[in-house]
Design a protein around this ligand. Sequence first.
Ligand code: COA
Length: 160
Amino acid sequence: MSKSPATGPISLLWAQPDDATGIAAIHAELFPTAWDRDAIQALIEHPASLSLVAVRPGRQVVGFIIAQIAADEAEILTIGVASDGQRRGIGRQLVEGAARAAARSDAKRLFLDVAAGNNAARALYASCGFAEIGLRKSYYTLPGGARDDALQLARDLASA
Ligand SMILES: CC(C)(COP(=O)(O)OP(=O)(O)OC[C@H]1O[C@@H](n2cnc3c(N)ncnc32)[C@H](O)[C@@H]1OP(=O)(O)O)[C@@H](O)C(=O)NCCC(=O)NCCS
């Protein structure tokens, strides 16, 4: 896989099955337990999928968000921005884009889980209006075997 260039305009697009390869490469870079290409493609193709990619010209994936809608609720399953594209507002665009799309599909609330120690993601979600609604103790196993809590966050979509 070629690395995403750090320059060039960003477009937010609906994720397509062919984006799974680029998403999987970024997922492997960011997460200790990588989701493989086929699993990501299946999520994109799922009827309840609400998945977006942030791409540079040539459809080079630099970020992704994979969410699902069930009745009037939506859940973010995973989000990531390639390390050389972070802190440029792409993560916020992905969250806000998914929130808008979920609201247009009549979802009333958007949920997600985040590791308590993931300060970057927690700051992003706080800045996007999420509030803590629950805690799963020692939910995640970190590299090396340590455990971390999962915080459950939610945001109303009335303003999305
Ligand atoms: C979390 C993540 C998606 C953020 O993406 P990003 O494109 O860098 O985020 P943005 O540039 O849109 O940042 C929006 C806001 O989030 C907060 N933020 C983002 N990264 C941060 C960091 N490293 N430290 C502190 N605050 C951070 C800031 O408030 C930021 O606003 P500011 O830049 O105006 O200060 C990215 O760090 C990432 O991919 N992390 C690894 C994967 C991951 O943890 N996913 C979440 C799993 S729940």
